[in-house]
Design a protein around this ligand. Structure first.
Ligand code: SAH
Length: 474
């Protein structure tokens, strides 16, 4: 069944609109109308403090008393927003008789016009209607679109509106114009606007206008943090970029749940690194990024956690910059933050720690070059990445440099994922406990007084494994 409603966007600037009602709903409607430039008169026996403030400032005209049909005279539109159905109906009837559109809030039946759920991006508006039958569905869709439509679309709409005469003069035929728009939208302009570089966007726009044929869309790389695994921890920006990607180069660490969100027809390439084979593989990753970006593809380089935390993101950007390829960086939730949150370990709980340090200890070399005296300091939390294999050495050195053997630890395996496990204990028996529970990579180690709080503050998945550690030092 097709919708019986015909969509219009009304220009209310300088036009009279009547709102009937004096409460919070009437206020919301009045304010939305003011924003649209309407001249608002508002009728009600009593009005809220905020509304009388608006009236006092002259922004709205207050008609005092019970509804009277002549309030509608000269209005283009009316909104009935009282909690009295009879009054609302009276407004609707009076409007009908005068051929004035009336919206009764939350009552599609009584309304001759409905106000859609909408998404605004500058001059661009998307309006959604369910015909009044399923407003919750319309709202749900609105929220979804809200998260998918980037804010920069508004800036793009503004730019295009401003440049419309030039575009029309340059490409008089519709077909030419359509091809120009396709080119423009696939090119660098939208991204430059997103990166808040309006001048560069204007320059690229003018360049695009000068080009008569397709001179090739330029590739682009987004270096994106996929977070620790739970797709709910992706940023909105990450989600949008994944939705637009042509090619995804992802690490093994990126969870299946996150990969499910990638645009369906995007090409997915796993570039998982095997331990001991870092160097060549990193070169190959660089080569793959360049190859696809040079071919004009929108490439997403998707990494576990955050791309700049033990993620070699910096090196990849250097390669792109040297090749003149545009890029952006979308941060992700790094394992230390995610594992701490999902294990109930407040990293800098003020009673127990004054700082956090993110360190990696994946091989003997990295263990040897760490500054152990400072890592062994008290009242500081260590978040150790890639450490599963070196736990004996780590414990020995921390204790040798003065960290108390009774210092609590929490070892978080598969943090934020359904299979998350947390092993707790004290530094003295760190390696034994990890072996006992057969902890596997990826796991993040938290060492410090705060780790003991996992016993009381855990909330995700199964409870921590291990005996209660010694009581916290006061
Ligand atoms: N860029 C990533 C880190 C890459 S290094 C980030 O910001 O998180 C890889 C190490 O990160 C793993 O060995 C492990 O120590 C840690 N890690 C990543 N995801 C993890 C997870 N879901 N649970 C536990 N540790 C994780």
């Amino acid at each position: 069944m097709a919708s019986p409603l015909f969509p219009v966007f009304a220009d209310l600037r300088g036009r009279d609109v009547l709102v009937v009602g004096g409460g919070a709903v009437a206020q919301r409607k009045a304010e939305a109308l003011l924003e649209a430039g309407a001249r608002v008169r508002l009728g009600a026996p009593e009005i809220s403090a905020a509304l009388s403030h608006h009236a006092g400032e002259g922004r709205i005209q207050h008609l005092q008393g019970p509804f009277q049909a002549h309030w509608l005279d000269g209005a283009w539109l009316a909104i009935a927003a009282t909690d009295d159905q009879a009054v609302n109906q009276a407004v609707a009837d009076a409007g009908e008789a005068r051929r004035i559109w009336v919206n009764v809030v939350d009552d599609a039946q009584a309304s001759s016009v409905q106000i859609p759920a909408r998404i605004e991006r500058g001059p661009l508006q998307v309006a959604i209607s369910s015909g009044g039958g399923a407003p919750m569905l319309a709202r749900h869709l609105r929220e979804k679109l809200e998260s998918e439509l980037d804010e920069s679309i508004g800036a793009l709409a503004e730019l295009l509106a401003r440049e419309r005469p030039r575009i029309r003069a340059r490409f008089p035929q519709t077909g030419q114009r359509r091809r120009f728009f396709d080119r423009l939208l696939a090119g660098p302009v939208p991204n430059l606007l997103r990166q808040r570089q309006p001048l560069a966007a204007e320059r690229e726009f003018s360049a695009a206008l000068g080009e008569s044929s397709d001179t090739g869309t330029r590739g682009y790389v987004a270096l994106v943090g996929a977070g620790p695994g739970d797709p709910g921890l992706l940023t909105l920006r990450a989600l949008r970029v994944l939705n637009e990607a042509d090619v995804i180069l992802h690490d093994r660490l990126v969870s299946k749940d996150v990969l499910q969100l990638v645009r369906r027809d995007a090409q997915r390439i796993e570039v998982g690194k095997q331990a001991g084979n870092h160097h060549t593989t990193q070169q190959q990753i660089h080569a793959l990024m360049l190859e696809h970006a040079r071919a004009g593809k929108r490439v997403v380089r998707l990494k576990g956690g955050d791309p700049f935390v033990f993620g070699r993101g910096g090196e990849e950007l250097e390669v792109l910059r040297a090749d003149g390829i545009e890029f952006e960086v979308v941060p992700g939730i790094t394992a230390a933050l995610a594992c701490a949150a999902y294990a109930g370990v407040p990293l800098t709980h003020r009673d127990h720690a004054q700082s956090v340090r993110l360190v990696t200890a994946h091989c003997k070399d990295s263990l040897d070059t760490l500054d152990w005296p400072s890592l062994a300091l008290e009242r500081q939390t260590l978040a150790v990445y890639m450490g599963v294999a070196g736990l004996d050495a780590l414990r020995d050195r921390l204790i040798a440099h003065g960290r108390a053997p009774s210092t609590p630890f929490a070892l978080v395996e598969n943090g934020s994922r359904p299979e998350q496990r947390v092993v707790v204990g004290t530094l003295a028996d760190l390696a034994e406990r990890a072996r006992h529970h057969e902890v596997q990579s990826p796991a993040l180690l938290i060492v410090g007084e705060v780790a003991a709080l996992a016993q009381t503050l855990h909330w995700f998945g199964t409870a921590p494994l291990g005996e209660a550690p010694l009581a916290l030092a006061a």
